[in-house]
Design a protein around this ligand. Structure first.
Ligand code: ADP
Length: 251
């Protein structure tokens, strides 16, 4: 195994780490729920990757907890997501990364450079946390959300723009006898509409999607419907930032 670098993305919801070769291909990986004891968790995960790959290459760190990691390079999430995405696509476009507690929209140029970006890390209603909170209240597992949404004849629209109020609103809908399928579809439509309002201004090119929420097929459909164009899910969508961090560690 020719591991050249390790990359770690210490997110607010999950901690992701990869060991990559010279082209940024993943040779080993870890993904765990984020632990508030960041230093210990990051060091243990990196140690596991070193043991698994029998190597001790340089480490790049990104994510909200990046400054707590012993790494040779420490870089912002925008920088690493753009680098990771370009290494995977080799083309310009708009990257929409929806994580547990923030959403990033990054316009990437023809050489992989960041042309522009917007980030929402102030309001849960525009992030994965919105879906997690309300689906949990509806007792719909995240893993079944796409199936529920696909069975809906139409979305039942949620008008509240705050996660807490939206939670009360859907409980009233359930009490009024509205079908769960339509409510679940409506939640995805609402999140997609908030994210696409960040995206639309920059949506001149292809749209790529990364982050944990890219694994939710209902969200990919809802975002594509909201933007009126295809949304391509990145391979290894949740690891794009960690791959970018590893690529920076090589330089
Ligand atoms: P962060 O980098 O902010 O820690 P991630 O990019 O790891 O966040 O994304 C975490 C979010 O992804 C969570 O809100 C979770 O709901 C969502 N998620 C993770 N895996 C899945 C999955 N298999 N299906 C649907 N949603 C998922």
């Amino acid at each position: 195994m020719s591991v050249v670098a390790l990359g770690i993305d210490v997110g607010s919801t999950t901690c992701k780490a990869v060991a990559v070769d010279g082209q940024g291909c993943i040779l080993a990986r870890r993904l765990e729920p984020a632990n508030p004891r960041i230093e210990q968790q990051a060091e243990r995960i990196l140690q596991e990757l070193r043991a698994e790959t029998g190597s001790a290459p340089p480490v790049g760190a990104t994510g909200y907890g990046r400054k707590r990691v012993a790494a040779s390079r420490v870089l912002t999430e925008i920088t690493c997501h753009a680098r990771g995405a370009f290494a995977l696509t080799h083309r310009p476009g708009v990257l929409v990364d929806i994580g547990g507690q923030d959403t990033k929209v990054i316009q990437i140029g023809g050489n992989g450079e960041v042309l522009d970006f917007t980030m929402n890390d102030k309001c849960a209603a525009g992030t994965g946390r919105f879906l997690e909170t309300i689906l949990a209240r509806l007792a719909v597992p995240l893993s079944e959300a796409a199936e529920y949404a696909s069975r809906a004849s139409h979305p039942i629209l949620v008008s509240s723009t705050c996660t807490v109020f939206a939670e009360s609103e859907v409980i009233s809908m359930v009490a009024a006898g509205e079908p769960l399928e339509g409510i679940v579809k409506g939640l995805h439509t609402a999140l997609a509409s908030r994210v696409s309002s960040l995206t639309r201004a920059r949506a001149g090119g292809e749209i790529f999607m990364s982050g944990g929420v890219a694994l939710n097929a209902a969200m990919v459909v809802a975002l594509s419907e909201s933007l009126g164009k295809p949304v391509l899910v990145m391979p290894d969508a949740q690891f794009v930032g960690a791959i970018g961090a590893a690529l920076y560690a090589m330089a």
